[in-house]
Design a protein around this ligand. Sequence first.
Ligand SMILES: Nc1ncnc2c1ncn2[C@@H]1O[C@H](COP(=O)(O)OP(=O)(O)OP(=O)(O)O)[C@@H](O)[C@H]1O
Ligand SMILES: [Mg+2]
Length: 448
Amino acid sequence: MARLLVVDDQKSICEMLEIVLRKEGHRVETVCGLEMARKRLQSGIYDIVVTDIRLPDGSGLDVLQQVRETYPETLVIMITAYASVDSAVRALNLGAFRYILKTANFVEELRLTVDRAVEERALRQENRALKRELRKGLENLLGDSLRMKTVKELVATVAPTNSTILITGESGTGKELVARAIHAASGRHDRPFVSINCGAFPETLLESELFGYIKGAFTGAAANRKGLFEYADTGTLFLDEIAEMSLAMQVKLLRVLQERLVRPVGTTEEVPIDVRLLAATNKNLQQRVPEGLFREDLYYRISVIPIELPPLRERCEDIPMLALHFLSKFARTMDRPIHKIDAQAMKCLERYDWPGNVRELENALERAVALEKHEEITAGTLPDHVTRFVPRVSIPEGGVNLEQHVGEIERRYIQTALQQAGGVRTRAAGLLGMSYRSFRHYAKKYKL
Ligand SMILES: Nc1ncnc2c1ncn2[C@@H]1O[C@H](COP(=O)(O)OP(=O)(O)OP(=O)(O)O)[C@@H](O)[C@H]1O
Ligand SMILES: [Mg+2]
C-alpha cells in the first residue's frame, strides 16, 4: 500500500484515478489545483504524487519542485493532455519519475506506472538500509592509511556474501572488530553473532560447545544442550584462534562446512544449520600445514577469502587519529576534561613500534587519561617504554658503512619524491619537508 496524492484540475479525472488506485489497495487523496496541493504537501507525507502539468492556478512543475525539495524520496508522476517535448524534458530534469500522456488507455498506463513507482521506492529504501548497515559496520574500523582503506573495501565487498573468511593479523590488530564489522554489514546483521575462542577449550569441551550434546552423552551431561552452531543459526559464527583447534576437531569442522549439518555429542542424528563462518588467527596457518598442525583441506576451505590486518607499525599514519579517538573515548567515560595530546607525546606515540598493536595503544591512552594532571596528554603519563623507545636498527656482523648507507637512503627518497611529484621539483621538495634549494643540492649530488 502506498500513500498517493493526485493533483488534477478535472474533477472527473480525479475521481476516476481515485477509484482505480484505491482498488489497487492504495490510500488516495485528490486535489484540484496548485495551492491546494501545496497545502496538502505541507501537512502530509506521500509516497507517490501524480500531478497534471496544467493546473488552473499554476504548473504541475511547481508541485514537482516542491516535492523534490521537501520530500526527495517521494516519486512524482507527471500527466498531461498537451504533449510538449519541452515540458517533458523539464519535468524529467527536475527529477520526475515518469511522464505520461493522457491518451485513451492512460488510466491503465498510470496504474502500471504507480506499480513500478511502488517497486522503485521499496528498492531505493532497501538500498539505503543496506548502505546504512554497511556504514555502521565499517564505522568502528578506524584508519585512513592505504592499508586500512584496502581492508575496509575488502570488508565492504565480502560482507554481503556468505563466504567463509579468514582474518589474520598480529595480536590486537582488530581481527574481532573486523569480524563484527562483516556481520554488521551483512544481510545477517539482525541475526545472532556468536563468538568462541577455540584456544580456551580442551578438545572434548570444544566439541560439545560447538555442536551441543544430549542428556547422558557423557558424565555430567544432565540435560540436552544446544551448541553454538545452533545458537548462531541464520547468523554468523566467529571461530577465534582457529589455529589452536585440535586435528580431530578440524576434521569435524570440515565436515560441518561441507555438509552444513551438525551432530550433537551423543546422537547419530544430524541437524541442518545455516551459519556463516568467520575465523581468525594470529598464527601463520599456511606454515602450520606442512608441519602437520593444520589440515590442508580445512585450510583451503576457510582461506578462500583471506583478510590480513596490518600491524600498527606498518600504518603509523593512523596512530594520531586512533590515539585521539581513544583519548575522547576515555576522557568521556572517566569524565576528564582532556581533549588534546601535546606534540611531544604524539611524537612518542608515532615513533613507538606497538607490538601489541591497536590494543596496546588503547591501553596506553586509558592509562594516560587516568594519570594526566594537565589539560592535554603529556609524555609524562605515557608508559616509560613508549617514551624511551628508540627505533632499533640492525648492524650486520661485518659492520656497516654508515655514510654510504645514509647516502643510499637519501638517494632513494629524492628519487621517489621526484617520481611522486611527477618531476615537479618544488613539489618534491615539499614532500620531503625541505626547501627547493636543498632539494636541488641533493638532486645534483645524486645526479637525479
Ligand atoms: N581499526 C581500528 N579502529 C578502532 N579500534 C580498533 C581498530 N583495530 C583494533 N581496535 C581496537 O583494539 C582492540 C583490539 O582489537 P581486537 O580485539 O579486534 O583485536 P584482535 O586482532 O582480535 O586481537 P587478539 O589477536 O589479541 O585477539 C579493541 O578494543 C578494538 O576495538
Ligand atoms: Mg581477538
